[in-house]
Design a protein around this ligand. Structure first.
Ligand SMILES: [Zn+2]
Length: 356
């Protein structure tokens, strides 16, 4: 049986061979090769911010024997990423790392998160005009996660936390996670919630096989729908009313069929066992959602259910779901100029402490 130290040393050794170096601290600010698109709304230059942008830190992944795919997730070539941002008219990305460490023991999780948050801070420091980042946290150890969030914000200058929609099969509304929510509320920082591949869809895996990538196509939005619903119905959002949570992929299916969440408590009152301070749909107006819903009609509906001030731009970079997130917001009918400016970056700037 290997000790943890041996395992860590082996993994670290493998990293040196297998992975591209992620040496951002030494990297000069990247120069854009393409012409940078500058987004203007009614004569006003808007700082656009993408809150849904993935990256990976190979040195941390090696601690769990994992490799980076696709390679574009790496931050060792910031010039490529900045070129894509310039083409799409994105001024800043708020970087996050999808959790893969929720089953790691406390020691491994502590080391892994330390490495990741340091590297995220380095990536931001190398190009401070282009990147901010969400701290990664070991949410399976909620007290440790609270510490890591505080350290990430105060020591590393990170702007919030990136978390999964579940934690190794446990729901975010479980009271064990209260210390983390309390810390996030106390710090007043944004929590970006992204679905976990082994989340709600994990149990459905046998039925989501086959053509269509259903695990991702419908599994990911379902995970987010389940996560948000528990946070509402279990009273977590009542307990921590100051929480700022942003749900990826437009909040999954919840805003599309929101009224059913009110109707269930009317139709079957005995099934709504926790008294809530508001109607379930009213909580949607205090949550934030990214704009990754593909059509003007979908964005219009999302705004109608949640409010124009609750939407922030998200691309899911480097996964090529969209390259037109700016035009999506500019082209959706029925929005005022101020609402477009808020969605393109104004709201995210406030939430992330970015000078607009
Ligand atoms: Zn994503």
């Amino acid at each position: 049986m290997r000790t943890r130290r041996e395992f860590v040393e082996e993994a670290a050794g493998a990293a040196g061979i297998a992975f591209v170096a992620c040496n951002l601290s030494g990297a000069a600010p990247a120069q854009a090769q393409t012409r940078r698109r500058e987004v203007v709304v009614n004569g006003r230059r808007v700082k656009t911010i993408d809150v849904h942008a993935h990256c990976a830190v190979p040195e941390a992944m090696a601690l769990m024997g994992r490799k980076v795919e696709p390679q574009t997730l790496l931050m060792s070539q910031p010039a490529d990423r900045i070129r894509a941002m310039d083409e799409q008219g994105i001024d800043m990305e708020a970087l996050s790392i999808n959790p893969y460490w929720y089953r790691a023991d406390r020691d491994v999780a502590r080391e892994l998160i330390r490495i990741q948050n340091e590297k995220l801070a380095e990536a931001c420091a190398a190009n401070p005009e282009r990147f901010v980042a969400f701290a990664s946290v070991a949410l399976q150890h909620p007290d440790l996660a609270a510490e890591q969030l505080e350290e990430g914000v105060k020591k590393y200058g990170l702007r919030g936390a990136g978390i999964g929609g579940s934690v190794a099969g446990e729901d975010l509304s479980d009271p064990k996670f209260h210390p983390f929510w309390a810390k996030a509320e106390q710090l007043g920082v944004l929590v970006f919630m992204h679905p976990q591949a082994d989340g709600a869809a994990g149990d459905l895996k046998p039925r989501l096989k086959g053509s269509g990538g259903l695990e991702n196509a419908i599994g990911n939005p379902l995970e987010t729908t389940v996560a948000l619903s528990h946070l509402i119905f279990e009273g977590t959002l009542d307990r921590y009313p100051g929480l700022k949570i942003c749900a990826a992929h437009g909040g999954g299916y919840l805003p599309s069929y929101a009224a059913r969440s009110d109707a269930i408590c009317v139709t079957f009152p005995d099934r709504c066992t926790k008294p809530l301070k508001k109607k379930p749909t009213e909580y949607l107006k205090q949550l934030y959602f990214d704009s990754l819903v593909f059509t003007p009609e979908a964005l219009r509906h999302l705004v109608a259910e949640t409010g124009p001030g609750q939407i922030v731009m998200g691309t899911d970079y480097p996964f090529p779901w969209t390259k037109t997130s700016v035009d999506h917001i500019l082209g959706t009918p029925g929005l005022t100029d101020d609402e477009r400016v808020a969605m393109l970056g104004g709201t995210a700037a406030k939430l992330l402490g970015i000078k607009a």
